[in-house]
Write a protein of this length. Structure first.
Lengths: 386, 266
């Protein structure tokens, strides 16, 4: 296989994807959906996180659909008779199939990155607080439970990792644990506001204060410049507080950079679907390959719902449906890398993404590419699908 | 057009012909192909012995279903023979080296609808190993000129092409890397007389440069104009072989006789 030939074939398939009527329809449809999302989520009641995640969802769906669309390339050649003509040329069948997969992967990444770049310009217009800040995680000593319970410590001190800069904020993700009460008093307790007391040291005089903990959302506490430690305790009579995450939010970072990085992660994950689509298209028609690969990708995204879908004695139809979804989930790519999209949605900048995040999808894509390149025992130069 | 076509420098092309002049480019011996098995088996080609030397042209003439396209597919390595053997450039058909030195024009004008005419020929040049880029660009222009494709149409998408333009483009794509063997399936189908003349002139240039040609056609005039030897196939069997004039003598089935005596396209 020669790189120049592969490049020429990839270029040809990219043109087919971009210049085809389907490409224009998909672009128009995704723009309409995106505008719809913006209009539907506009208003004071909508959080940055909701709007940003909804926007990522639209960009992601387009990127995944683009990757799945690569499943139509080889069947298109077959149906329109170009397959035999291409098979008479020097490149092997494996090169032709691989180039279709690579074209789908390249386009999926390009779509996700371009879509994220558009978001970086559109979001600040519709959302005034669409900014991201530098975030530094604070290491927590195992399970940190603060309060008056038997397994708790009365107070805990967090090391902020050196004096913080002006304008820094401490973000805490906490959850309450109620104890030592009967059913009725527990219900009373859960109605009480959760109160956290804190002391900040290191910035000249000690600063003390209290904060109400919003339920289901992180609490943000402004830090004075130079602060070094943060000591917290729970004020509730029969409630402890478990600190799950703590981080210092620093200066503002360019939104474009963070969104481009998020787009890259989204695109690379979506790209893993392209070789699957091409592999399926070796034995199926274009609509089957495209739909099947898209369903596999969606099943990967919904994998975490599978345990909830399991219902004993729910009937054969339910069982059959669950089995189909479970099989699709088994075949689906690992989408855990997409967890980083929550960072910009929460207002935190992405500086870099570790290679470990990409490892599972890369392994998945490599296996799928092997299936794509695997020769068949059919006709010599032509191969079954090339 | 052909008269304006610059001289060919096939040594610049990585896939340029390199066979000794004496050795045949294409040899088939007892070549046969059957589709299906048992009672449903269809014998598309019964037995074909063929030899095409450098600079030579063999035309396969026959009606639909006579085995012409099957023969071409066997020569290209797109089908395996059921019996017999086919050797291209001294080795089995379908090898990469053989494919790189062969130019093929399929029967139907297959279109790469997302590409322009120029992009299509450039794609074929790249895939068939024409390099470097400057040489590739020159070859593309030469090939488009040689087949007489309207310059205004060269940068238009090929889905806007007429059938005749698509045939010219297919031939340009097959010839751009100066193949040592041209395999043509109905090369003049859909062309007007002027177009046919231009294609025949291109084939003459190809032969003068030492290229071999195997073509299949319904059209006696094309076969006569392009080839020095004609093989007439009927139901997969060779029924006549030789020069066109010789073929007109002797008995032939009524349908075949009609084909052999067909008047040139007006």
């Amino acid at each position: 296989m020669r790189m120049r030939e592969l490049g020429a074939l990839v270029g040809r398939y990219l043109r087919a994807l971009l210049r085809g009527r389907g490409g224009r329809i998909a672009l128009a449809a995704s723009l309409i959906v995106f505008l719809g999302v913006l209009l539907a989520t506009r208003g004071d009641g909508v959080s940055r996180s909701t709007l940003m995640l909804a926007s990522f969802l639209v960009v992601g769906l387009v990127a995944f659909a683009t990757a799945a669309w690569a499943g139509g390339l080889l069947p298109g050649d077959r149906a329109e008779g170009r397959e035999v003509w291409l098979a008479s040329l020097a490149p092997s069948g494996a090169a032709r199939r691989l180039s279709a997969a690579v074209a789908g992967m390249v386009l999926a990444v390009a779509v996700a990155v371009a879509g994220s770049a558009v978001l970086a310009f559109v979001l600040p217009v519709v959302l005034p607080d669409a900014s991201v800040r530098d975030a530094r995680e604070i290491e927590l000593p195992g399970r940190l439970r603060v309060g008056r319970g038997r397994r708790s410590v009365p107070e805990a001190t967090l090391d902020l990792g050196g004096p913080v800069a002006e304008g820094a904020t401490l973000e805490l993700v906490v959850s309450p644990i109620y104890f030592g009460a009967g059913q009725e008093s527990a219900e009373d307790a859960t109605r009480q506001p959760l109160l956290l007391a804190w002391t900040i040291r290191g910035a000249g005089e000690e600063t003390q204060g209290t904060a109400h903990l919003p339920r289901g959302a992180p609490v943000a506490i402004a830090l004075p410049a130079g602060a070094r430690t943060f000591t917290l305790s729970s004020r509730g009579p029969r409630v402890d507080v478990v600190v799950k995450e703590a981080r210092v939010l620093g200066s503002e970072r360019p939104l474009l950079l963070t969104l481009l990085l998020a787009g890259l992660v989204l695109g690379l994950t979506a790209a893993t679907v392209a070789p699957v689509a091409v592999a399926i298209s070796r034995w199926t028609s274009a609509p089957t390959a495209t739909t099947a690969s898209f369903v596999i990708a969606v099943a990967g995204g919904l994998r975490f719902l599978l345990p909830d879908l399991a219902m004993p004695d729910a009937g054969r139809l339910h069982e059959l449906g669950l089995r189909i979804v479970s099989t699709a989930a088994l075949l689906s790519p690992d989408l855990e890398a997409l967890g980083v999209l929550g960072e910009p949605a929460a207002g935190r900048a992405l500086e870099s993404v570790g290679p470990a995040a990409f490892l599972p999808p890369l392994v998945y894509a490599a296996v799928a590419l092997l299936v794509v390149a695997w020769p068949t025992r059919a006709e010599p130069a032509r191969g079954r699908s090339s | 057009m052909i008269s304006g076509c610059p001289s060919v420098q096939s040594q610049d092309v990585s896939s340029s012909p390199a066979s000794p002049p004496s050795s045949p480019v294409l040899v088939t011996e007892g070549l046969a192909r059957t589709f299906g098995r048992g009672a449903r088996a269809v014998r598309a080609l019964v037995r074909l012995d063929l030899e095409v030397a450098p600079g030579g042209c063999v035309g396969l003439l026959g009606l639909n279903g006579s085995g012409k396209s099957t023969t071409l597919n066997l020569v290209l390595g797109l089908l395996r023979p059921t019996a017999g053997r086919v050797e291209v450039f001294g080795g089995p058909a379908g090898r990469r080296t053989a494919r790189a030195r062969t130019g093929y024009v399929p029967e139907e004008a297959r279109r790469f609808s997302s590409l322009t005419g120029r992009e299509t020929v450039a794609l074929f040049a790249t895939l068939q190993g024409v390099k470097p880029r400057g040489e590739r660009r020159r070859r593309v222009e030469e090939a488009l000129e040689a087949v007489g494709l309207d310059p205004a149409a060269r940068d238009r998408r090929v889905n806007e092409y007429s059938r005749g333009m698509a045939r010219r483009l297919a031939l340009a794509a097959a010839w751009v890397h100066r193949p040592a063997l041209l395999v043509l399936d109905e090369p003049t189908s859909g062309l007007d007389p002027l177009g046919t003349e231009e294609i025949l002139a291109l084939l003459a240039v190809h032969r003068e440069e030492g290229g071999a040609t195997l073509l299949s056609t319904h059209d006696r005039v094309t076969a006569e104009g392009a080839c020095d030897r004609i093989v007439v196939l009927e139901r997969g069997t060779v029924v006549r072989e030789g020069r066109t004039d010789d073929l007109l003598e002797g008995d032939a089935s009524p349908s075949l006789a009609g084909l052999l005596r067909a008047a040139p396209d007006a």
